[in-house]
Design a protein around this ligand. Structure first.
Ligand code: NDP
Ligand code: AKG
Ligand code: MG
Length: 740
């Protein structure tokens, strides 16, 4: 349910673990905020909510939901925006299909996801579902650039309580494999548009026989936009993947592939499908035609593929062939070896930003089918950013693992506003239907880019607007001034896109008189310099494009803090509002599994706490609400309290879980508000609350502990039952009564 009035702060309703945590935390936030006259609303951007909002005409009044994402998309372009954004599911096809099935089972008359849409109705359903697929939320809300870092208290806590790190052996066989030609990086072209070229551009394909097909019309590029075009050669990709499958076997390491099928929702599922084909090549050689006829689609992963094969006439025989082949191949890197879920089962199970850092944190070990850790071939087909992981691995092999007790920190300033760079390229990415040429034609008729392509190549255009680039450089200048530490633009002068950005960066730095405080280094060099810097206990600011923003804000936090969940992520919206993202990680599906099995939720809300403090302080600045500032400052003290008293969730039943940690957060927050002397009214309001919470600590913890160790029923996975969720996430009557 969403509110119609305009609340001061909006907290997004999402999915999986962060949404479960919200069921416990949001009532606390609302209750405390109300004391300062601050209203807190919600908007539903969950996968289920977005599906429901897309088919109003098929649903009953009671089932219908407004398009909250569209509403938020407008809000973030206004100065009034104050949004706390929790991580949401960026759905792969299997997740989307599962969510649709669940909603259907709950009585929602939704169309099936049409794999091969034929009728007009199916095409329309597919169009709507495609808009929901993948990373469909963040690009809409990110109307600003990002400032992601560990709060000082969080970093100090990590140093005092270092997490365990796997040891790195100099002779580790773990390595990164990436393409050296024919990939997106090798084929990239880039240009900055002149005023004459600005306006509505067109992308067209010219076949060998001269037939022109418009792939996309009316892509509006204002003057100064950096427009890139590139493609992944399917032939080069296939031969690379085939070689890697074999090389993994020869070297005796696990085969793994790391992509971002969520944010790169058009290109990466296709690349993933090629990896499935390469791994199972002999089976595809024998049964390719039958697979096509049966609608077996490797792009959705081996899991769905096996389900489909099971329905084929000689399904059992093919399945046996697959099993036999897998036994001969290099062992696969596993998502869950107990359940036999491999890297190739679901395209969104292994997401490069989280998967590579986890492997690196473990000393370069992946999980094999035998449930044992092993050295791994980390296949990252496109070479644009693979060097970051390659260099990190090489550095740790040479020097040993990082020590989180002494390491400095790498902060990030990320260029992401207005769908910057590759992460905004979905609408202009195409799997090429026939050999020919693809060109980008500017509004004035200039041919901006042209590539000769072959059937099956993946061609894409990406754009980065001038205002976001300038804003990003200014943000970097501000942050460097505030921190006074090393600051590096991770840009490679030899890469066409980066060379265009450098043309913006240098004059802005020079005009501000700060050029000497910044370095511009290729991602590979910047990785090495940054690792050497933090090893010495010093800090560095990584000023990066959109993809490296994503990758680095998992990589460095996972090495430094053990997780990216504890990050502070501030998005200063370009039109004046604030977007506060919670942490830099995702929605932790594994945590939900554990809750369902044994009612223990190990989700850590530290990212939410950090975002909440910033949101209140931002509200105070924008609306001159002094009480909001006091609430915000008290949140920071409560967060510090959680760290000082070690009240963060742990992994096992019987240990602190998410609900306990929220109790302590409320206790410390109320105590800080009761103790402050700036506002007597707030102090008087919170003194009895703090007292009641402290006095009932034992009772409340016992009530929370009593429910654990047994299965929990949420009444759904993607679309949970609100009453059941509330009962599970707020098991303490005493606590709920005190909070009100
Ligand atoms: N901003 C956003 O909206 C984002 C959304 N996503 C989406 O999230 C989903 C899952 O993505 P995935 O790549 O698996 O990454 P996740 O970050 O969800 O999970 C990786 C692992 O990180 C740990 N983790 C993450 N957050 C927390 C937390 N708050 N507290 C404790 N541990 C945490 C967990 O480790 P352990 O199992 O050891 O406890 C978890 O299994 C996908 O649908 C993805 O698209 C991903 C990134 C950002
Ligand atoms: O939007 C998504 O799919 C994921 C976002 C993400 O990984 C990030 O911003 O760090
Ligand atoms: Mg990420």
């Amino acid at each position: 349910m969403t509110d119609s009035s305009a609340p001061d702060i909006i907290v997004t309703k999402v999915d999986e673990a962060p949404q479960l945590a919200s069921a416990s935390l949001l009532p606390i936030i609302r209750s405390f905020a109300a004391a300062a006259g601050v209203t807190v609303g919600t908007r539903d951007i969950s996968l289920a909510g977005r599906i429901i909002a897309a088919f109003p005409e098929r649903l009953t009044d009671a089932q219908r939901q407004p398009d909250d994402l569209a509403d938020l998309g407008k809000l973030v372009t206004t100065p009034a925006a104050n949004v706390i954004k929790l991580p949401n599911i960026s759905a792969s096809v299997p997740q989307l299909v599962a969510a649709i099935k669940e909603l259907q089972s709950q009585g929602y008359d939704l169309p099936d996801y049409p794999e091969n849409p034929a009728s007009d109705a199916e095409k329309e359903a597919r169009r709507r579902y495609d808009a929901i697929k993948g990373s469909a939320v963040n690009p809409v809300l990110r109307e600003g650039n990002s400032d992601r870092r560990a709060a000082v208290a969080v970093k100090n806590y990590a140093k005092a309580n270092p997490h365990s790190m796997g040891a790195w052996a100099a002779d580790s066989k773990t390595h990164v494999s990436t393409m050296s030609s024919g990939d997106f990086r090798s084929n990239e072209k880039s240009v900055t548009l002149t005023a004459a070229q600005a306006g509505a551009a067109r992308i067209e394909h010219v076949a060998k026989d001269g037939t022109v097909t418009v792939l996309k019309d009316g892509v509006t590029y204002p003057a100064g936009t950096v427009v890139d075009a590139t493609f992944m050669s399917v032939k080069a990709l296939q031969s690379f993947l085939a070689a890697q499958v074999q090389a993994s076997k020869d070297k005796g390491v696990l085969f793994s592939i790391h992509l971002k099928a969520t944010m790169m929702k058009i290109s990466d599922p296709i690349i993933f499908g090629h990896a499935v084909r390469a791994f199972l090549a002999p089976v595809f050689d024998r049964h390719g035609d039958a697979f096509r006829a049966a609608g077996v689609d490797p792009n959705s992963g081996l899991g769905v593929m096996l389900d489909r094969i099971a329905t084929m006439p000689d399904g059992a025989k093919i399945e046996a062939e697959i099993t036999a082949l897998m036994a001969e191949r290099a062992p696969l890197y596993m998502v869950n070896s107990d359940k036999g879920i491999t890297n190739l089962h679901v395209p969104s199970d292994v997401i490069v930003d989280a998967s590579m850092p986890a492997l690196i944190r473990a000393g370069g070990k992946g999980w094999g089918p035998d449930g044992k850790a092993a050295d791994t071939n980390c296949v990252i087909p496109d070479s644009s950013y693979a060097a970051v992981y390659e260099e990190t691995i090489n550095y740790f092999k040479a020097t040993g693992a990082l020590d989180p007790a002494t390491a400095g920190t790498v902060q990030n300033i990320g260029l992401m506003a207005q769908k910057a760079e590759e992460y905004g390229s979905h609408p202009t990415t195409f799997e090429i239907a026939a050999d020919g040429i693809v060109r980008v034609i500017a509004a004035n008729g200039d041919i901006l880019h042209e590539h000769a392509v072959e059937k099956g190549d993946i061609w894409r255009a990406a754009s980065t607007r001038k205002a976001p680039i300038e804003d990003w450089v200014r943000l970097a200048i501000d942050r460097q001034r505030a921190e006074g530490c090393q600051a590096i633009f991770w840009l490679d002068e030899n890469r066409p896109h980066d060379a265009e950005l450098i043309k913006y960066v240098k004059p802005i730095l020079a005009a501000a008189g700060v050029a000497d405080r910044f370095r511009i280094l290729s991602p590979q060099q910047a990785t090495r310099v940054s690792l050497e810097t933090i090893r010495k206990g010093e800090n560095s600011i990584a000023i990066t494009g959109n993809v490296l923003r994503d990758y680095l804000t998992d990589l460095f936090p996972i090495l430094e803090l053990g997780t990216s969940a504890k990050m502070l992520s501030i998005v200063k919206l370009m039109n004046g509002g604030g977007l506060f993202e919670t942490g830099a990680g995702g929605s932790a599906p594994k945590h939900v599994q554990q809750l369902i099995e044994e009612n223990h939720l190990r989700w850590d809300s530290l990212g939410e706490f950090c975002a909440l403090g910033e949101s209140f302080k931002f509200l105070a600045d924008v609306k001159g609400n002094a009480k909001a500032r006091i609430l915000g400052k008290a949140v920071d003290l409560a967060t510090q309290g959680i760290l000082d008293h070690d009240r963060s969730p742990k992994g096992r039943v019987g240990q602190t879980d998410n609900r306990d940690s929220h109790f302590y957060f409320a206790l410390y927050w109320a105590q800080a508000l009761a103790a402050q002397t700036e506002d007597a009214q707030l102090a008087a309001h919170f003194a009895p609350i703090a007292k009641a919470l402290a006095e009932n600590e034992g009772k409340i913890l016992a009530e929370i502990a009593a429910v654990q160790g047994k299965p929990a029923d949420l009444g759904g996975y993607y679309h949970t039952d609100p009453a059941k969720t509330e009962a599970i996430m707020r098991p303490s009557r005493v606590f709920a009564d005190i909070i009100g």
